[in-house]
Write a protein that binds this ligand. Structure first.
Ligand code: ATP
Length: 319
């Protein structure tokens, strides 16, 4: 294994740069060369390459986003696109590819693996919706970013005695919404995994008002419904006048937390170790504190379960 390729794909996540740095330096430490492909599979198909050295990945460990940029590439989802990608990897004399991204990006890596090309995936997404790792790179930072914003909203909510609805990211997974709800002491969390009960929510809000609570915070994952829709529902059903805040892309940005920078550094090194051991077609994850390589299909074949105990905790603590 002499020459490694690396790309970031799908949505960006804080800590991706720390992972790029770790992959690059661990590979160089082990006598390999590293080539970066810019803009995910799009850059692979177009031959948009940049050689990575010890110094070119210096000073990025704390930077949000990804220096390799990222993209979603429709062409690569077709068999001809994958074959073209394989051709490109051969032209650049690449022996193995490290893919940093979510399960969509891992599907792409798996297609290359099925054609016999060595790949390893590193889970990077703020959604944390990937089995095979307790945490994905970027999740912790996104939770902290959401928490900081919600804390600020709580100040104004309590001063004006208002009901605030905060929409956080999470199309299919409620990990971020639930974590932020518990950390911020929200009264209610709405996640895609649990059916939403409007009556129960209205009952809770009535009860809170009766016992003199001055304000309430509801965290809603974008996949359940837009906060604006919930605002209308609450107005029509219980006459509630709620304010909404959509956190949006702010949750993806910023310097990685210490947790994410360490996770990314460990997974980056773990990816190179997996390649050296010949564990191709895998993803590296952190499970119970250990760095473990699992078959990459685990990321979509197994569904990571939301901790229902945490949902109960929001219920109990938000009375
Ligand atoms: P996030 O969780 O942040 O959305 P992701 O990696 O899941 O990240 P996707 O948009 O699902 O993001 O996938 C990123 C890219 O991976 C796609 O644009 C496409 O190029 C590639 N990809 C996705 N699915 C496949 C597939 N079945 N075959 C080949 N490539 C795929």
């Amino acid at each position: 294994m002499k020459r490694i390729g690396i790309l970031t794909s799908g949505g960006d996540a804080p800590g991706m740069n720390a992972a790029i740095r770790s992959v690059t330096r661990t590979a160089i430490y082990n006598g390999m060369e590293v080539i970066g492909f810019r803009r995910g599979y799009e850059g692979l198909l177009e031959g948009d390459v940049i050689p990575l050295s010890v110094s070119s990945v210096g000073g990025i460990v704390h930077r949000g986003g990804t220096i390799l940029r990222t993209a979603r590439c429709e062409r690569f989802t077709k068999p001809e696109g994958v074959r073209e990608g394989l051709q490109r990897l051969k032209e650049y004399d690449i022996d193995a590819l490290v893919v940093i991204g979510g399960d969509g990006s891992f599907h792409g890596a798996y297609e290359l693996h099925k054609l016999g090309f060595p790949v390893v995936g590193i889970p990077g997404t703020i959604d944390n919706d990937i089995a095979g790792t307790d945490c994905t790179i970027g999740f912790d930072t996104a939770c902290n970013t959401a928490l900081q914003c919600i804390e600020k909203l709580r100040d104004t909510a309590s001063s004006h005695e208002r009901l605030f609805l905060v929409e956080v990211m999470g199309r299919n997974a409620g990990f971020l919404a639930l974590e932020a709800a518990v950390a911020a002491g929200a009264e209610y969390a709405m996640v895609p995994e649990v059916p939403f009960d409007l009556d129960l929510l209205c009952k809770k809000l009535r009860y809170a008002k009766e016992r003199g609570k001055s304000h309430s915070l509801i965290i809603v994952a974008e996949g359940v419904m837009p906060a604006s829709e919930l605002q209308s529902l609450l107005k029509d059903t219980g006459g509630y006048d709620a304010r909404i805040t959509v956190l949006g892309h702010i949750q993806r940005g910023g310097s990685p937390s210490s947790f994410d920078a360490v996770l990314a550094s460990r997974l980056g090194a773990g990816a190179i170790d997996a390649l050296i051991r010949g564990e191709f077609g895998t993803m590296v994850g952190r499970i119970n504190g250990e760095i473990v390589a699992s078959p990459i299909q685990v990321s979509w074949e197994q569904k990571k379960k939301l901790d229902t105990g945490m949902m109960e905790l929001v219920e109990i603590l938000g009375i």
